[in-house]
Design a protein around this ligand. Sequence first.
Ligand code: SME
Length: 153
Amino acid sequence: METAEFYAEIKNWIADNAENDADSVLDGVCGMLRKDDRFGWVGFYVLSGDHLVLKNFRGEQTEHVRIKLGDGLCSLAILRDDIVNERDVKANTTYLACFPSTRSEIVVPVRWAGRPIGELDVDSDTVNAFDKTDEKFLQEIANLLSARVHSLL
Ligand code: SME
């Protein structure tokens, strides 16, 4: 499937599920993203004080269910208020390892009232899995989910 088509399907699904609760929508988005083999693990973290707390995810259980702000690529996306697209996690000393098979990771901020309140985090077993097109569409998806993530705070 074309990249644009793949993401359009997810965006349409979010619109079609506008009445559904946050957990089912965030879980559903994780599941839809994982249909693409590049998406090995997909999850949402929310900012709670000085920690990021894992909420909905699809993939293996991770030990990183609470991340102290300042640690890992997940924190960088919040502190920079920008996408972190690490093409080779093994070359990044900030990276917090969750799964031995992970080779690249993208973290996309979710914003509310102009400030980051959480993030969409994706681990891939492929080096350099995500490009600028993925960055654009994943940010659009994160923006569409802003109210859902805010409701989990
Ligand atoms: N690798 C992340 C930690 C979260 S796991 O990928 C699920 C990081 O460096 O912050």
